[in-house]
Write a protein that binds this ligand. Structure first.
Ligand code: ZN
Length: 287
């Protein structure tokens, strides 16, 4: 009798210890800075997260996919996203943000204030207004802190040049931002076009980054040799849908990356691409 009881209490004790250990491990993992490029098909959706703090850069084309990803990577009790950045108002970047804004409490929305006459842009504005979300225009020199990391907006500049492809060219003023966490750096480029790259290839911008989110899903009309030389990344992330109708990523672009011996990582091949920062010196891919 005593023996049975003894085993029973030992098992309960072990269970409690394992739960505490699991909690401690989960907590320490969750306190690390993570940068996750979601696989949302043809579009962009990136989350920078540390503990309870999240910055979303774009939300992909569909709310359903984006909500699935947030459900996977944000604990269910955390219902707030501190900052949402919409790089530019195209469906494949803001489509998923509408459901995100409906379902989460949003601290602030930062966008490039470019307008579009699309239905998705109307819905985007409507939810911002209905939920009375603070909306800021992202521009050069704006700094967004996430614990010890800093996300700096590099583009649009303080003075706007006309869109490269006329007034309907929504890609042209994509928000470009650089995340710095100690020795680690990530450059996010939205769908920033080649014709505008010269605006960034000037001395005042330090574009050097270990990881580059390749512009415009690997289009040949972005990410020139000169741009790559200035950023000089180890890894290039291409956020792209399997067998998409645009032919992204373009063969020419892949050649430019290979010529510089940059690791090519595609969401259509790898799924979600997650970097976990162990410390100020090292952010490593989890998968
Ligand atoms: Zn796009």
């Amino acid at each position: 009798m005593f023996h049975k009881k003894h085993i029973y209490f030992s098992l309960i004790f072990l269970l409690i210890i394992s739960l505490i250990l699991a909690g401690v491990i989960w907590h320490s993992q969750n306190q690390k800075l993570k940068i996750i490029f979601f696989n949302v098909g043809q579009g962009d959706a990136i989350m920078i997260s540390q503990g309870q703090n999240q910055i979303l850069i774009d939300g992909g084309p569909s709310g359903q996919k984006e909500m699935e990803k947030l459900g996977k990577y944000i604990p269910f009790w955390d219902r707030k996203i501190e900052i949402v950045i919409a790089t530019h108002p195209d469906q494949d970047h803001i489509g998923g943000l509408i459901d995100v804004m409906k379902n989460y409490k949003i601290g602030k929305v930062i966008d490039n204030s470019a307008e579009s006459d699309s239905q998705v842009y109307k819905n985007y504005l409507e939810i911002i207004e209905n939920k009375n979300i603070e909306r800021l225009k992202g521009k050069e020199g704006m700094n967004i802190k996430i614990k010890d990391a800093n996300l700096e907006i590099i583009y649009p500049g303080l003075i706007l040049d006309p869109p490269a492809g006329g007034p309907k060219d929504t890609n042209s003023d994509s928000i470009v931002a650089k995340l710095i966490y100690g020795q680690n750096s990530f450059l996010f480029t939205g769908d920033f076009p080649l014709e505008k790259e010269s605006a960034l290839l000037i001395d005042k911008f330090d574009l050097i980054s270990k990881v580059l989110k390749v512009s415009h899903h690997g289009s040949k009309n972005a990410t020139s040799q000169e741009f790559l030389s200035k950023v000089s990344p180890f890894d290039a992330i291409i956020s792209v849908g399997k067998n998409n109708s645009y032919g992204h990523p373009a063969g020419e672009l892949l050649e430019r990356l290979r010529a510089k011996k940059i690791n090519i990582l595609r969401t259509d091949e790898k799924g979600d691409i997650e970097y976990i920062c162990k410390n100020l010196f090292s952010c490593q891919m989890a998968n």
